[in-house]
Design a protein around this ligand. Structure first.
Ligand code: SF4
Length: 308
């Protein structure tokens, strides 16, 4: 189980049922939108910080490779709109470099590690569970000596994101995984994260700054203990639901929907709606989705072990 898997379970069990339990993937995933923009920007920033690539060049390279793949795949998409969206990402990153030069917002950060995998095995309700995570970038604050995760968020609204970041469970999961894996002599635990937010604007004459913001979050041991307790609670529910589904219990009874804001971007919107009419959704599921591995990001070997 990963933080995103658990997060989906908590947000909407039906979405989790389709995506994690059944492993369904949208056959016709959109090729652009907020998620894609954020992924491109994130990938370029990671190349820049982890491998020293020029940020703008890295971004253009990523975008060009994506366009080539799209064209050769024969998928129908609005190329003009796609180019407009990727250009916005480029403008945001060019501005980011200017902002760093003005503020020195990253000058005290030294990269310690890239794409570190973390995992911890435990037993919940009589079942073996492996909690997994992958940290994109670990940095050291050379002023304070603190060990932090560095991450970037593209957003339209700084305030809302700042509030969300305070409760960010991904950071808590990584911090907890490190503590659970404690070995004699370990003293370099993560102490928090530095998030850099990039606003999704072209910085034209009518737009108003700020366009970038740095937010640092630290968590104490007490908060980690509390997170650990509620995580065990969630995992216990999770295992119970999986057992029920495996036994053939109706998914509506145990993996019920939670309608809300999250439905706007949910890839299972139509099939979810049909399920409410008690219609047989199997044909629709076969037409619209493929089955994949929800744990792909965490590596094949771990997934195979989990499956066995
Ligand atoms: S449409 Fe909404 S309620 Fe239905 S699965 Fe998606 S998030 Fe859940």
């Amino acid at each position: 189980m990963s933080n995103s898997d658990i997060g989906t379970f908590k947000t909407c069990r039906r979405k989790w049922y389709f995506s994690s339990y059944l492993g369904l993937r949208d056959r016709h995933e959109p090729v652009m939108g907020p998620l894609h923009l954020g992924t491109r920007v994130h990938a370029a920033l990671e190349r820049h910080y982890a491998y020293g690539h020029d940020l703008e060049e890295a971004y253009v390279e990523i975008a060009e490779a994506e366009l080539e793949t799209l064209i050769s795949s024969g998928v129908v998409f609005d190329e003009r709109a796609w180019r407009k969206e990727t250009e916005l990402g480029r403008i945001m990153l060019v501005g980011y470099i200017e902002w760093l030069a003005e503020t020195g917002a990253d000058m005290n950060l030294e990269v310690l590690g890239v794409e570190e995998k973390l995992s911890y095995d435990m037993e919940i309700a009589g079942e073996k569970v492996r909690l997994v995570g992958k940290m994109d970038l670990r940095v050291k604050d050379t002023h304070t000596g603190q060990n932090l995760i560095m991450d970037w968020k593209t957003t339209n609204n700084f305030t809302r994101l700042t509030d969300d970041i305070l409760m960010n469970e991904q950071l808590l999961t990584y911090m907890l995984l490190e503590r659970l894996n404690y070995k004699e002599g370990d003293h370099q635990f993560l102490q928090g994260a530095v998030f850099i937010m990039l606003r999704k604007v072209t910085r034209g004459p009518r737009s108003k700054p700020p366009y970038y913001e740095r937010v640092e979050i630290h968590h104490r041991k007490r908060r980690l203990l509390s997170f650990h307790t509620r995580l065990i609670g969630t995992l216990t529910d999770y295992i119970r639901v999986v057992k029920h589904l495996d036994e053939g219990v109706d998914h509506k009874l145990v993996a019920y929907p939670t309608p809300g804001q999250q439905c706007r971007y949910c890839p299972f919107k139509h099939v979810c709606d049909m399920a409410e009419d008690n219609t047989d959704i199997s044909d629709m599921v076969n037409d619209l989705y493929t089955q994949g591995d929800p744990h792909e990001r965490y590596g094949a070997s771990e997934t195979e072990e989990i499956a066995s």
